[in-house]
Design a protein around this ligand. Structure first.
Ligand SMILES: *[C@@H]1O[C@H](CO)[C@@H](O)[C@H](O)[C@H]1NC(C)=O
Ligand SMILES: *[C@@H]1O[C@H](CO)[C@@H](O)[C@H](O)[C@H]1NC(C)=O
Length: 195
């Protein structure tokens, strides 16, 4: 009796050990699936938007494929000029010479409101309520930016959820706290560069 119980518990222990990596894979697959669901939801939103503007007779001349997500570099005119990059660990910074982490996809969620995603890192550009910029896997309200073209033809990006917080790169190439910057400052002036 004692013997069989020990064997059973050892066996179930072994079984559990064997199952653990499978469980890890399941969690990974679930994350991937969630990310895919997220991006298909965003594509859906975008298609709705394109459909609506088509009905109004706008946007029919350009291909929706180009509009779904534009691949670009975000150039900031501060200092010697920097390109925004989103690193895989969620750090966001500026580099003078573009790296593979500088390639971004920008998609309109609705008129004047965009989401920005790093192509290589796969992370969305987001801004916290404290004005800190970071990259995150999960798309949320923190990742919605209001895009405005200023009088000088530069573009500013401000947090939709936290108004008054601007995306900005310092003259040394570091991300500035969004709350410390105004739309008139060169550190908040970007040029979306499509190459
Ligand atoms: C992310 O990686 C960069 C470059 O490897 C590093 O400089 C930075 O400190 C890291 N940030 C965090 C939050 O770990
Ligand atoms: C920004 O510039 C505009 C136009 O030049 C000016 O009217 C406005 O007062 C400026 N705002 C700040 C905060 O400097």
């Amino acid at each position: 009796m004692f013997y069989t119980m020990t064997v059973t518990s050892v066996l179930s222990g072994l079984l559990l050990l064997l199952m653990l990596p499978v469980y890890g894979q399941l969690v990974g697959a679930k994350k991937l699936q969630e990310a895919e669901e997220q991006s298909s939801r965003l594509r859906g939103l975008w298609k709705l938007h394109v459909g609506a503007s088509r009905l109004k007779g706008k946007g029919s001349s350009s291909s929706p494929v180009n509009e779904v997500a534009k691949q670009l570099l975000l150039y900031c005119r501060a200092g010697i000029g920097y390109h925004l990059q989103i690193l895989p660990n969620g750090s966001v910074g500026g580099v003078h010479r573009p790296t593979p982490y500088c390639w971004l996809k920008m998609f309109a969620v609705r008129r004047g409101v965009v989401g920005i995603r790093g192509l290589k890192s796969g992370l969305y550009l987001c801004m916290s309520g404290q004005g800190l910029t970071y990259g995150e896997e999960q798309f949320s309200d923190n990742c919605l930016f209001k895009e405005s073209v200023e009088e000088n033809h530069y573009t500013t990006y401000s947090s939709l959820s936290h108004p008054g917080n601007y995306l900005a790169i310092s003259h040394r190439g570091q991300l500035r706290r969004g709350s410390s910057v105004g739309p008139n400052q060169s550190c908040a002036h970007f040029l979306p560069r499509r190459i």
